[in-house]
Design a protein around this ligand. Sequence first.
Ligand code: FES
Ligand code: FES
Length: 188
Amino acid sequence: MTSQSSQTIIDPPEDGHFRDAENSATTQPSPTTLSLHLTINGRDHALEVEPRVTLLDALRDRLALTGTKKGCDHGQCGACTVHVDGERVLACLTLAAQVEGRSITTIEGLADEDGTLHAVQAAFLEQDAFQCGYCTPGQIMSAVACIREGHAGSDEEIREYMAGNLCRCGAYPHIVAAVRQAARELRS
Ligand code: FES
Ligand code: FES
Protein backbone atom coordinates (compact mmCIF):
# COMPACT_ATOMS: atom_id res chain seq x y z
CA MET A 1 0.00 0.00 0.00
CA THR A 2 1.37 3.31 -0.97
CA SER A 3 1.03 6.33 1.23
CA GLN A 4 -0.17 9.56 -0.26
CA SER A 5 1.90 12.58 0.68
CA SER A 6 0.11 15.82 1.47
CA GLN A 7 3.04 17.88 0.13
CA THR A 8 2.19 21.14 -1.55
CA ILE A 9 3.98 21.51 -4.88
CA ILE A 10 5.36 25.01 -5.39
CA ASP A 11 6.45 26.03 -8.85
CA PRO A 12 9.95 27.50 -8.83
CA PRO A 13 10.25 31.18 -9.63
CA GLU A 14 11.32 32.06 -13.17
CA ASP A 15 14.97 32.57 -12.22
CA GLY A 16 15.03 29.20 -10.39
CA HIS A 17 15.99 30.68 -7.02
CA PHE A 18 13.67 30.57 -4.04
CA ARG A 19 13.81 33.46 -1.59
CA ASP A 20 11.88 33.97 1.60
CA ALA A 21 9.30 36.70 1.48
CA GLU A 22 11.13 39.02 3.85
CA ASN A 23 14.42 38.89 1.92
CA SER A 24 12.63 39.22 -1.34
CA ALA A 25 10.95 42.40 -0.19
CA THR A 26 14.28 43.98 0.71
CA THR A 27 16.25 42.92 -2.39
CA GLN A 28 13.74 43.61 -5.18
CA PRO A 29 14.66 46.87 -6.92
CA SER A 30 11.78 49.27 -7.00
CA PRO A 31 10.81 50.64 -10.42
CA THR A 32 12.66 53.89 -11.02
CA THR A 33 11.68 56.61 -13.42
CA LEU A 34 13.04 60.04 -14.09
CA SER A 35 10.98 63.14 -14.69
CA LEU A 36 12.52 64.85 -17.70
CA HIS A 37 11.87 68.07 -19.58
CA LEU A 38 13.14 67.90 -23.13
CA THR A 39 13.19 70.83 -25.54
CA ILE A 40 12.50 69.44 -28.98
CA ASN A 41 12.01 71.60 -32.06
CA GLY A 42 11.48 74.60 -29.80
CA ARG A 43 8.76 72.97 -27.68
CA ASP A 44 9.05 71.68 -24.14
CA HIS A 45 7.98 68.12 -23.43
CA ALA A 46 7.63 66.59 -19.96
CA LEU A 47 7.95 62.83 -19.70
CA GLU A 48 8.64 60.07 -17.21
CA VAL A 49 11.20 57.55 -18.42
CA GLU A 50 13.44 54.88 -17.02
CA PRO A 51 17.09 55.97 -16.92
CA ARG A 52 17.98 53.43 -19.62
CA VAL A 53 15.63 54.91 -22.26
CA THR A 54 17.47 56.27 -25.28
CA LEU A 55 16.69 59.57 -26.93
CA LEU A 56 15.64 57.59 -30.01
CA ASP A 57 13.05 55.55 -28.12
CA ALA A 58 11.83 58.62 -26.24
CA LEU A 59 11.31 60.46 -29.54
CA ARG A 60 9.63 57.61 -31.38
CA ASP A 61 7.74 55.69 -28.69
CA ARG A 62 6.92 58.38 -26.15
CA LEU A 63 6.58 61.56 -28.20
CA ALA A 64 5.39 60.11 -31.54
CA LEU A 65 8.20 61.88 -33.40
CA THR A 66 8.76 58.98 -35.77
CA GLY A 67 10.61 60.93 -38.45
CA THR A 68 13.82 59.90 -36.72
CA LYS A 69 14.40 56.32 -37.85
CA LYS A 70 15.71 53.26 -36.04
CA GLY A 71 18.01 51.27 -38.29
CA CYS A 72 20.68 49.32 -36.44
CA ASP A 73 20.07 50.72 -32.92
CA HIS A 74 23.83 50.26 -32.42
CA GLY A 75 25.45 53.44 -33.72
CA GLN A 76 26.38 52.05 -37.10
CA CYS A 77 23.93 53.36 -39.71
CA GLY A 78 23.16 57.01 -38.97
CA ALA A 79 19.39 56.61 -39.51
CA CYS A 80 18.74 58.10 -36.06
CA THR A 81 20.78 61.30 -36.54
CA VAL A 82 19.36 64.37 -34.77
CA HIS A 83 20.90 67.65 -33.64
CA VAL A 84 21.66 68.48 -30.01
CA ASP A 85 22.65 72.13 -29.58
CA GLY A 86 23.22 72.21 -33.34
CA GLU A 87 25.59 69.26 -33.47
CA ARG A 88 24.71 65.91 -34.97
CA VAL A 89 24.36 63.01 -32.56
CA LEU A 90 23.16 59.44 -32.86
CA ALA A 91 19.93 59.24 -30.89
CA CYS A 92 20.26 55.48 -30.44
CA LEU A 93 23.50 55.97 -28.48
CA THR A 94 22.25 58.93 -26.43
CA LEU A 95 20.20 58.56 -23.28
CA ALA A 96 17.18 60.82 -23.03
CA ALA A 97 18.39 61.84 -19.57
CA GLN A 98 21.67 63.12 -21.05
CA VAL A 99 20.02 65.80 -23.15
CA GLU A 100 17.74 67.46 -20.63
CA GLY A 101 18.18 71.22 -20.87
CA ARG A 102 19.74 70.99 -24.35
CA SER A 103 18.12 72.05 -27.61
CA ILE A 104 17.13 69.03 -29.70
CA THR A 105 16.17 69.28 -33.37
CA THR A 106 14.64 66.43 -35.33
CA ILE A 107 13.65 66.19 -38.98
CA GLU A 108 10.16 67.39 -37.98
CA GLY A 109 11.64 70.70 -36.85
CA LEU A 110 13.80 71.48 -39.86
CA ALA A 111 11.28 73.21 -42.12
CA ASP A 112 10.00 76.71 -41.34
CA GLU A 113 6.74 77.08 -39.43
CA ASP A 114 4.98 77.99 -42.69
CA GLY A 115 6.11 74.72 -44.24
CA THR A 116 8.94 76.13 -46.35
CA LEU A 117 11.47 73.35 -46.63
CA HIS A 118 15.05 73.74 -45.46
CA ALA A 119 17.47 74.12 -48.39
CA VAL A 120 18.80 70.60 -47.77
CA GLN A 121 15.30 69.08 -47.82
CA ALA A 122 14.52 70.91 -51.07
CA ALA A 123 17.81 69.80 -52.61
CA PHE A 124 17.12 66.15 -51.71
CA LEU A 125 13.79 66.42 -53.54
CA GLU A 126 15.28 68.16 -56.57
CA GLN A 127 18.18 65.71 -56.84
CA ASP A 128 15.96 62.66 -56.26
CA ALA A 129 18.34 61.71 -53.43
CA PHE A 130 16.40 58.75 -52.04
CA GLN A 131 14.68 55.55 -53.03
CA CYS A 132 12.91 53.85 -50.10
CA GLY A 133 13.52 56.95 -47.97
CA TYR A 134 14.30 55.11 -44.75
CA CYS A 135 17.76 56.64 -44.36
CA THR A 136 16.67 60.05 -45.63
CA PRO A 137 15.83 61.88 -42.36
CA GLY A 138 19.21 60.88 -40.94
CA GLN A 139 20.98 61.82 -44.18
CA ILE A 140 19.32 65.24 -44.19
CA MET A 141 20.07 65.97 -40.53
CA SER A 142 23.65 64.91 -41.07
CA ALA A 143 23.94 66.98 -44.26
CA VAL A 144 22.67 70.13 -42.53
CA ALA A 145 25.36 69.75 -39.86
CA CYS A 146 28.00 68.78 -42.42
CA ILE A 147 27.41 72.02 -44.34
CA ARG A 148 27.28 74.07 -41.12
CA GLU A 149 30.59 72.52 -40.01
CA GLY A 150 32.19 73.65 -43.28
CA HIS A 151 32.75 70.09 -44.45
CA ALA A 152 30.97 70.25 -47.80
CA GLY A 153 33.65 71.93 -49.90
CA SER A 154 34.05 69.10 -52.41
CA ASP A 155 32.41 65.80 -53.28
CA GLU A 156 35.26 63.94 -51.57
CA GLU A 157 34.78 65.94 -48.39
CA ILE A 158 31.01 65.42 -48.48
CA ARG A 159 31.50 61.66 -48.90
CA GLU A 160 33.98 61.59 -46.01
CA TYR A 161 31.86 63.62 -43.59
CA MET A 162 28.64 61.84 -44.54
CA ALA A 163 30.27 58.41 -44.23
CA GLY A 164 28.41 57.64 -41.00
CA ASN A 165 25.08 57.65 -42.83
CA LEU A 166 24.48 54.45 -44.73
CA CYS A 167 22.00 54.03 -47.57
CA ARG A 168 21.02 50.48 -48.34
CA CYS A 169 19.45 51.62 -51.61
CA GLY A 170 22.80 52.99 -52.81
CA ALA A 171 21.52 56.49 -53.53
CA TYR A 172 24.92 57.95 -52.71
CA PRO A 173 25.62 59.84 -56.01
CA HIS A 174 22.30 61.68 -55.69
CA ILE A 175 22.83 62.33 -51.97
CA VAL A 176 26.23 63.89 -52.68
CA ALA A 177 24.69 65.99 -55.46
CA ALA A 178 21.97 67.20 -53.08
CA VAL A 179 24.46 68.16 -50.37
CA ARG A 180 26.63 69.92 -52.98
CA GLN A 181 23.61 71.89 -54.26
CA ALA A 182 22.40 72.85 -50.77
CA ALA A 183 25.89 73.89 -49.67
CA ARG A 184 26.18 76.14 -52.73
CA GLU A 185 22.78 77.70 -52.06
CA LEU A 186 23.41 78.24 -48.36
CA ARG A 187 26.79 79.87 -49.07
CA SER A 188 25.34 82.35 -51.60
S1 FES B 1 19.85 53.48 -35.49
FE1 FES B 1 21.32 54.79 -34.59
S2 FES B 1 23.09 54.52 -35.80
FE2 FES B 1 21.69 53.06 -36.60
S1 FES C 1 16.97 55.55 -49.72
FE1 FES C 1 16.63 53.51 -49.01
S2 FES C 1 18.12 53.25 -47.46
FE2 FES C 1 18.64 55.15 -48.36
